[in-house]
Design a protein around this ligand. Structure first.
Ligand code: ACM
Length: 505
């Protein structure tokens, strides 16, 4: 009853029970992770080395096994213990997560559970993910979710073998990333006077200030924690639109330096965007220098979605630059400008990631495109010869309602049902990603309610692909029915973790 479904699983006869004398032979980081994930609920010490007693051993090691790729693993449980092999430690981390799922669901409890035999069924598993990118976007700009929740969220991603946390750190309504050289970005840009009450279309404000931001040191610790679980953290600094908080902090970044804007208090898209002057470009490069210093992941997302070009069209400097560059439209300045960021990031050996609007405005060579405006944007990115992460709102926007039931909590739009997510066929892409924009997700509880179980379905799309296989010797009646049965079991794990997910219909 594993989720995501492994590539191949054979149930063998017998089982193996973890006891106080079961030992662990594994690279240090892997043994530590196993103990972090298994000891709190079981109380088992899982000491290093073969135990003196007859408790058997969990052996995990890296081997020369190119066929397992960067993340795959083999896991065998028999009556003498557990053996896992992978080509990388990342693969062994996923083996640890699978081992945890093979145990009774109480292993997910935060405190010791007594009276449960910690029994593993005998199995032979070979498991290799379908896609290299299995991501989850969390918008911490619209609502600044507390740092401890980000840790918890990383744990949940890892439990589903999702390997990338995309942190949307800045937007019109808030700037959450500490920048030493530009402290007003957080001191001013991190706070707004009010937020919408009810749906944005109702036009009401709550009158309640909201704000917060993350220190670089705290983000570094989060990145290290995520790394130990096989999760990479990709920062997004959304540029040159969705940047009103930055312009409120530094009016000289905007197109009218005499105008003092406020951090935006309504949802939607600000018409105020960064200017394209050399001084602002240099400031943005300084900001990105601090971003790459905190986030070691090779990708940096620079946004680029929903950028109104009216302010540039009205700017003599911008229109002159478009002419000078031979660009047919002023809006195409966005592609040129983003190309400057790509070149700067390439100097740091980083790849640039952008939203799919860049395809219409001259995406920089080699940019990884996040296709969100429908599945046809996946095709458009591929036609442009660019790597693509499939993130279409039709299948992967988990801030959308799950049904049109009036009892659904307030959502930005609707609907993305669980079955639609599970049925998503991304095609030949780098991977998939689920989005949690937070306009209507003001609390961690609401984030988790919207995230699960749809993120579990996406995890399976990303890891297992569409092929139904023979699990536990039972031939599934169909991929959806088989998934739903497995999900029902999986939800008991989420219950143990205290995740308040949306119940199945
Ligand atoms: C987006 O949803 N604006 C990327």
């Amino acid at each position: 009853m594993l989720l995501p479904r492994p590539t191949r699983l054979i149930r063998a006869a017998g089982d193996f029970t973890l006891t106080a004398t079961t030992g662990v032979q594994a690279p240090d980081g892997i043994a530590d992770l196993l103990r972090e994930l298994v000891t709190p609920a079981t109380g088992l010490p899982l000491p290093d080395g073969p135990a003196a007693g007859a408790g058997g051993v969990i052996s995990m090691r890296t081997v020369d096994a190119a066929q397992l790729g960067a993340e795959g693993y083999r896991l065998t449980v028999d009556e003498s213990g557990v053996r896992a092999e992978a080509a990388t430690e990342v693969g062994l981390r996923w083996a640890v997560q699978t081992l945890r799922q093979l145990l009774p669901e109480q292993v997910y409890a935060a405190a010791p559970v007594r009276g449960v035999p910690w029994r593993l069924p005998a199995v032979q598993i070979v498991d290799v993910p379908r896609y290299a990118w299995r991501g989850s976007l969390l918008d911490v700009a619209r609502w600044c979710h507390p740092l401890p929740f980000l840790y918890r969220y990383v744990d949940l991603l890892a439990a589903h073998k999702l390997n990338t946390l995309h942190l949307h750190l800045t937007d019109d309504q808030g700037w959450r990333f500490e920048v030493r050289r530009y402290p007003r970005l957080t001191e001013v840009g991190g706070y707004r006077a009010a937020s919408p009450a009810g749906h944005a279309r109702d036009g009401r404000g709550d009158g309640v200030p909201h704000g917060g931001w993350y220190r670089q040191a705290d983000l570094r610790d989060l990145v290290a924690y995520a790394h130990r679980r096989g999760v990479r953290v990709m920062p997004e600094i959304d540029l040159p639109g969705h940047a009103q908080a930055a312009i409120a902090a530094y009016p000289e970044f905007g197109n009218d330096p005499t105008r003092q804007l406020a951090v935006r208090t309504t949802w939607g898209i600000s018409t105020h965007v960064l200017n394209l002057e050399p001084a602002t470009l240099a400031a943005v490069c300084d900001i990105l220098d601090e971003v790459v210093d905190v986030f070691p992941f090779e990708y940096v997302h620079v946004g680029g979605d929903e950028v109104p070009s009216a302010e540039w069209a009205a700017s003599p400097a911008a229109t002159a630059r478009a002419v000078e560059l031979g660009l047919p439209r002023v809006a195409d300045l966005q592609g040129w400008w983003t190309g400057q960021l790509a070149a700067h990031l390439a100097g740091h050996r980083r790849r640039i990631a952008v939203w799919d609007e860049l395809l219409d405005r001259g995406a920089p060579a080699g940019a990884t495109v996040f296709a969100w405006r429908g599945t046809d944007r996946i095709d458009a990115a591929q036609a442009a010869g660019l790597p693509v992460v499939a993130a279409p709102y039709t299948h992967t926007y988990f801030d959308w309602a799950e049904s049109d039931d009036p009892a659904e909590p307030l959502a930005i739009a609707g609907t993305v049902p669980l079955e639609t997510v599970y049925g998503f066929q991304p095609g030949d892409v780098l991977g998939v990603q689920g989005q949690l924009w937070s306009e209507y997700l003001p609390t961690p509880q609401r984030v988790l309610w919207r995230a699960f179980p749809r993120l579990a379905a996406l995890a399976e799309v990303g890891w297992s692909g569409p092929t139904a296989v023979d699990v536990d010797g039972v031939v599934p009646t169909g991929p959806w029915a088989e998934f739903r049965d497995r999900l029902t079991v999986h939800l008991r794990r989420l219950d143990q973790l205290g995740v308040g997910y949306r119940p199945l219909d």
